[in-house]
Write a protein that binds this ligand. Structure first.
Ligand SMILES: [Zn+2]
Length: 251
């Protein structure tokens, strides 16, 4: 919800296009019913992707592209198999334990790439799923994305994505915007992937779409107090504060 306000608002204010991408790289967590609910919520709110509601790109259809990117990385960087469990790694940064073990890339093992800053990035996990970090980096390059607008919970992954992008030969000129999120009283974030955007409940309670947008905009400080805002008017919240791609060149 908040993400939609930022994405459409910034894109419209900058004269950009909004592309819809279904990030179902994680086959376990991303269920079709969540996808349908998300699309329905967006349509009800009045947010329309420029390519329509037919997803332009779906990560579960992209195995060949990810394989090709992996092959490209293997040719130029140190890519290696890793059989470490989450338990061994713990919650912290990966320590490079398998970097010099020379394990064969067989089913049941993950694949990592060595990175300058350490914390070698996992590209494919032990269950054979492409990781979020790897999939979005390849997708952003293939779709020629210039602005990535996402929640502040993903800010910590940006530097490694930029590094991976550089390793794949991508242009370093990208704008990343990390916006505030709305949290539940218990501190958990409202998650769109869990079909828990809050939009549905408000809609069923008879709240108008423009009121839902206005409440969310106020909750993250885009406006001082809630007032109805139509989806087509969210760009007014962002005019005069659009970052320029040249203003943040990293790499
Ligand atoms: Zn390992």
């Amino acid at each position: 919800m908040v993400n939609a306000i930022y994405v459409w608002g910034m894109a419209r204010a900058a004269g950009g296009r909004v592309l819809l991408r279904i990030e179902d790289h994680d086959r376990i967590r991303c269920r079709p019913e969540y996808e349908a609910a998300l699309l329905e919520d967006l349509a009800w709110l009045g947010f329309e992707p420029d390519e329509g509601l037919h997803p332009l790109l779906r990560q579960s259809d992209r195995s060949a592209a990810y394989e090709a990117a992996l092959a490209q990385l293997r040719a130029t960087h140190h890519v290696y198999a890793c059989d470490c469990s989450r338990t061994r790694i713990g919650g912290g940064i990966y320590d490079g334990f398998c970097r010099t073990r020379g394990l064969a890339d067989t089913p049941g093992r993950g694949v990592r790439v060595e990175m300058d800053e350490g914390g070698d990035l996992l590209l494919r996990d032990r269950d054979g799923n492409w990781t979020y970090q790897f999939a979005v980096t390849v997708d952003d390059m293939d779709q020629h994305i210039t602005h990535v607008i996402r929640g502040e919970d993903l800010a910590s992954s940006t530097e490694r994505q930029l590094q991976l992008r550089k390793m794949l030969g991508g242009s370093p000129a990208m704008v990343y915007v990390h916006h505030p999120l709305i949290y539940k009283p218990n501190g958990a974030k409202l998650s769109k992937s869990a079909g828990d955007s809050g939009v549905r409940d408000l809609r069923l309670a008879g709240v108008q779409a423009s009121e839902v947008i206005g409440r969310a905009a106020a909750a993250v400080g885009l406006i001082q107090a809630p007032r109805p805002i139509a989806a087509r008017d969210v760009k007014a919240l962002f005019e005069s504060r659009i970052p320029n791609p040249e203003s943040r060149i990293t790499g």
